[in-house]
Design a binder for this molecule. Structure first.
Ligand SMILES: [Ca+2]
Length: 236
């Protein structure tokens, strides 16, 4: 992921902070981004692997009750690829000068198996032929679904991820342009990328988010090829 301009948000005030009486934007507020400017200096480089297996069995009891039992195994892992990371702000002639402690390149090491998720997701379903005439069915199922490891889970491992700089700008030379020798007041900074420690953002106990789904329903064949059904679904 990359972004050509480091500026996320830039607002100027037409107000007159020092009692000046023309309408130049003397005072501004801006928020800068953390993303890299070029694709090859992208925000996060990582490799991901995923392995899944599924076991399923169907059991029919007295031609009335059928049970579906399944078990899914998902294993996903990601290696964080280190190297040189450079934020877009490091190219900006102003930001590079006014916040050199933030907008600089940094080199970070590879982290193998930075995130590893192994999840077992059981599923069980039943269909009961209530009267044995195939007209009325009672259905119930319970399933667990887990989320696969995605790029947004890996992104916070990058030293640039939390790197932004928010500042007030005072257009001291009143030219309406943000220059390095204007006045800047740092409001918020995530600091020096060299002080980034991947182990501080990495929670080894992190597990895949999941949802459990319960479905209970009834289905009745009112006429030939005409069914009515009612279902209750709860996901959490
Ligand atoms: Ca200026």
């Amino acid at each position: 992921m990359y972004r050509q301009s480091p500026y996320y948000k830039f607002t100027t005030y037409q107000g007159l902070p020092w009692g000046l009486n023309n309408v130049q934007p003397y005072l501004g507020f801006f928020q800068t981004g953390r993303l890299a400017r070029n694709r090859n200096e992208s925000l996060t480089r990582a490799t991901q692997q995923r392995f899944s297996a599924y076991l399923q069995d169907k059991i029919l009891i007295k031609n009335r009750l059928s049970l579906n039992i399944g078990l899914r195994l998902d294993h996903s892992s990601a290696d964080f690829l280190g190297g040189l990371y450079k934020p877009a702000g490091a190219y900006d002639p102003v930001l590079r000068v006014v916040a050199p402690h933030v907008f600089k390149e940094t080199t970070v090491p590879d982290v193998e198996n930075a995130i590893t998720w192994t999840m077992l997701s059981p599923r069980i379903g039943m269909v009961l032929d209530v009267f044995g005439d195939s007209k009325a069915a009672l259905k119930a199922s319970w399933s667990r679904y887990n989320e696969a490891l995605r790029m947004h889970h890996i992104m916070p491992l990058c030293p640039m991820f939390r790197m932004s700089w928010v500042a007030y700008w005072m257009d001291l030379d009143q030219d309406g342009i943000v220059d390095a020798d204007d006045g800047f007041t740092e409001v918020r900074s995530f600091g020096d990328p060299d002080e980034f420690d991947i182990n501080k953002v990495l929670d080894k106990d992190l597990a895949s988010p999941y949802v459990d789904e319960l479905v209970i329903g009834v289905e009745y064949e009112l006429l030939r090829d005409f069914n009515i059904s009612l279902a209750y679904i709860r996901v959490r």
